[in-house]
Design a protein around this ligand. Structure first.
Ligand code: KG4
Ligand code: ZN
Length: 390
């Protein structure tokens, strides 16, 4: 089946069309289009994502991205098919709080035939509430106009299952449960045990800041642009090439606690105090801080993942989410899986950050594991606090 997926949970507006085939024994995914607009530079001056700006930009950019996604998938069929009064009325009711989107979408829909799409998928949560609603309402409007199923998807399951797409062959033969997933992003730091396609348990998580958030906050302390993760990572790598050991000592919060939880706000504060005591930093010192921070942040991720492997004996390890782009994390995870003899899957770099392909993937798994009639319900709601274990 062909799924058109929408993601607007944070600061990326994304639309993708993915051809999904096969049952749970071997689902396969072929990406027909993968469109994305990152708002990051627009939020940079605020040092983080500003929810009402995110909502406004999702509203502006959704329709152009939808058009691009349909065109790239070669599914756009121009035709004059004026919407009936009834259709306009129901879309208007759905997009009551999105007047700009209503106008752009109805104008477009009046000039196109229903594309060859079998279902709409959308992120229902977790994420920023105002941002989520734009995608949810756009998805409701499209499902209504085209009379096709609407599949709400969990953003975190999207990160987990993002490793399944764009593979030459179905991964499933090597992809065995239970799966341990380390989910690392700007909003989350979780260890999730996936017992089967529909059963998830959060076995560890951050008690305060997410690891990506810590990268972004420390980057700010070092005068690096938002989002800071990639900048810290680049500086840290250069520093590691020059000096074998770090000369700044930072704490590893909760490294030796007997649970699988994390804490990143103390690490950020430790960096803040050390920087203050030094006064201004030259470029070399900035790099030394970036490296010391990355060493500490990643060491805790690896150690807790190791502990989770020893506790739950997973058959597969997945590392996903924006921070999974981090090279040092990737390199440190290799010996861990070698030691335990389990395969490691990390999404391609184009799919580590938020995107709509991963939402199509998660939606297809939902479609295969749930009652089909549930997807006729167009009255879905955004849930900013959605938890993967339900
Ligand atoms: O998954 P994502 O795109 O959005 C959320 O759902 O949060 O993750 C974004 C986060 C940001 O905090 C960003 O700084 C971080 O991922 N990030 C990185 C790297 N690339 C992105 N952190 C460390 N190293 C990287 N290379
Ligand atoms: Zn994410």
């Amino acid at each position: 089946m062909r799924i058109l997926a929408i993601e607007t949970s944070c600061d990326e507006t994304a639309v993708a069309v993915v051809e999904c085939e096969g049952g749970l024994a071997s689902p396969t995914f072929r990406v027909l289009s993968h469109e994305l607009y990152s708002q990051a530079s627009r939020h940079a001056e605020f040092g983080g994502v500003y929810p009402s700006l995110a909502k406004r930009l999702h509203n502006q950019n959704f329709t152009p991205l939808l058009i691009q996604a349909l065109q790239k998938a070669d599914l756009e069929r121009e035709a004059s098919t004026p919407l009936s009064e009834d259709q306009i009325g129901s879309v208007k009711a759905v997009l009551e709080r999105e007047p700009e989107l209503f106008k752009a979408l109805t104008t477009y829909l009046a000039h196109t035939k229903k594309p060859d799409i079998d279902a709409i998928a959308v992120t229902k949560g977790p994420g920023l509430e105002p941002a989520l609603w734009v995608g949810v309402n756009a998805a409701r409007a499209l499902a209504l106009i085209w009379s096709i199923p609407l599949i709400p998807a969990d953003h975190m399951k999207g990160h987990i299952f993002s490793v399944l797409s764009e593979k030459e062959e179905s991964l499933t033969s090597h992809f065995q449960f239970p799966i341990l997933s380390l989910l690392v992003s700007g909003g989350h730091t979780q260890l999730v045990l996936v017992k089967d396609w529909g059963t998830f348990e959060i076995v560890g998580e951050t008690r305060d800041d997410a690891v990506g958030e810590a990268f972004d906050k420390v980057a700010r302390l070092l005068d690096l642009p938002y989002p800071g993760g990639p900048h810290i990572s680049r500086l840290a790598e250069e520093e590691r090439e020059q000096n074998e050991v770090a000369d700044i000592d930072l704490p590893r919060p909760m490294l030796n606690s007997d649970d699988l939880d994390f804490s990143y706000s103390g690490l950020k504060t430790a960096v803040l105090y050390k920087i203050k005591s030094e006064g201004s930093l030259n470029e070399d010192r900035k790099a030394a801080y970036a490296r010391a921070f990355e060493d500490a942040a990643i060491e805790v991720l690896i150690k807790k993942t190791q502990r989770a492997i020893e506790r739950y004996h997973p058959a597969t390890l997945i590392i996903a989410g924006g921070v999974a782009a981090n090279k040092y994390l990737r390199s440190q995870a290799e010996p861990l899986v070698t030691e335990h003899g389990i395969p490691l899957y990390i999404p391609d770099l184009t799919l580590t950050g938020d995107n709509a392909v991963m939402i199509a993937t998660a939606a297809y798994i939902e479609f295969l594991t749930n009652e089909k009639s549930s997807f006729q319900n167009y009255d879905i709601r955004a849930n900013s606090n959605l938890r993967v274990e339900r």
